[in-house]
Ligand binder design. Structure first.
Ligand code: XIL
Length: 301
C-alpha cells in the first residue's frame, strides 16, 4: 500500500500520530493526517490540566475536536493520559493523600465516561517508574498516596469504559533495562492478581542508532509473553538522512516481528510539529514533504 495507515492495516496493525487540536485548521497538516494515519493521540488535550482545569469542572472542547475529526475520518483514538505526575492542574498539585487519591479517581471516572465507546486504548498511567538502575516507582504526589494508586487507576478506568484497552505507558523502557524490568514485574503481578491491564505503551523517544538496541524487539516480546498487547506510542528519532531512516525501519520491523505489537504512533507529523523540533525527529519535513525516514518506515511495513 502507499500510505502508512493502509500498509499497517494490511498487517493487522495501525499507524498513528499525535495531533494538536489547534493545527487541524492547517490544511497541509490535516491533508497529511487524513491521508497517512488511521489512529490519533491528542498530544495535550486529554491531559489532566486540559480536561479538569478547575476541580470537578470538566472541559472537553479541544479533545472533542480531535475525537470528532478522527471519527469522521475513519481514524481511531488512543486516549492520553488519565494519571500522570506532569501537566496536572495547579489545584491538583496542591493536594496530597486521600484528597489527591479521590481527585484522581473522580478525574478518571469522568474523562473515561465522557469518551466511553470512542477510545481504542487509554494510557491510564503514564511514566510512573523512576529512571536509573533501581527499577522502582518514581517519587510523585500520586505515588505518595499509596503504592496501589496504579491498580486503582486501572480498576477505575475499566469500570468507566469496559470496552477500551487499558495501557501502562512509559519512556526509557525501550530495551531490556532496570526500568523496563520494573514495569515488567508490575505487569506480571497485575496479570497474576487479575488487575485489569491490556497493553503496555513504549514511548520510544529515540536517537538514531544508540539507544535503539538489538534488544528492543526482545523487550517488546517479553511483555507480549505476559499476555498484554504492546504498542509503540510516541515514536520520534533524532537525526537525519540514512541513519535516521534505518532506525525508523528497525523499529517498524521490531513491531512487525512481535505478533502482539499491534500499532505504532509517531509523536507528530512534521519536524516543526515536534516537541523536540531541533532534533528533526519525524517523518515529514517542515513543509510537509516526505523524508527518507518516511520512505524507509513505509517500505518496512
Ligand atoms: C509533550 C507534548 O508533545 C508537548 O507539546 C508538551 O508541551 C509536553 O508534553 N511523554 C508523554 C507526552 O507522555 O505526553 C509528552 O508530550 C512527551 C513525553
Amino acid at each position: 500500500a502507499t500510505t502508512l495507515g493502509a500498509s499497517a492495516q494490511a498487517t493487522g496493525r495501525y499507524f498513528g500520530t499525535a495531533v494538536a487540536a489547534y493545527k487541524l485548521s492547517d490544511s497541509v497538516y490535516s491533508t497529511i493526517l487524513d491521508r497517512e494515519f488511521d489512529m490519533v493521540t491528542p498530544e495535550n488535550e486529554m491531559k489532566w490540566d486540559a480536561t479538569e482545569p478547575v476541580q470537578n469542572s470538566f472541559s472537553y472542547g479541544s479533545a472533542d475536536q480531535i475525537v470528532n475529526h478522527a471519527l469522521a475520518h475513519n481514524q481511531r483514538v488512543r486516549g492520553h493520559a488519565l494519571a500522570w505526575h506532569q501537566q496536572q492542574p495547579s489545584w491538583a498539585q496542591s493536594l496530597s493523600g486521600t484528597a489527591l487519591r479521590n481527585a484522581m479517581v473522580n478525574h478518571i471516572t469522568n474523562v473515561a465516561t465522557h469518551y466511553k465507546g470512542k477510545i481504542y486504548s487509554w494510557d491510564v498511567v503514564n511514566e510512573a517508574f523512576a529512571d536509573g538502575g533501581g527499577g522502582g516507582r518514581r517519587d510523585s504526589s500520586l505515588q505518595r498516596t499509596g503504592n496501589d494508586w496504579i491498580e486503582v487507576a486501572f480498576q477505575t478506568a475499566r469500570a468507566a469504559d469496559p470496552g477500551a484497552k487499558l495501557c501502562y505507558n512509559d519512556y526509557n523502557t525501550d530495551g531490556v533495562n532496570a526500568k523496563s524490568t520494573g514495569v515488567y514485574n508490575m505487569v506480571k503481578d497485575f496479570k497474576a492478581r487479575g488487575v485489569p491491564i491490556d497493553c503496555v505503551g513504549f514511548q520510544s523517544h529515540l536517537n538514531s542508532g544508540s539507544p535503539y538496541t538489538a534488544d528492543y524487539q526482545a523487550n517488546l516480546q517479553r511483555f507480549a509473553d505476559l499476555g498484554v498487547d504492546v504498542q509503540i506510542t510516541e515514536l520520534d528519532i533524532a537525526g537525519s538522512g540514512s541513519a535516521q531512516a534505518t532506525t525508523y525501519a528497525n523499529v517498524v520491523k521490531s513491531c512487525l516481528a512481535v505478533t502482539r505489537c499491534n500499532g505504532i504512533t509517531v509523536w507528530g507529523i512534521r519536524d516543526s510539529d515536534s516537541w523536540r523540533a531541533s532534533d528533526t525527529p519525524l517523518l515529514f519535513d517542515n513543509s510537509g514533504n516526505k523524508k527518507a525516514a518516511y520512505t524507509s518506515a513505509l517500505d518496512a511495513l
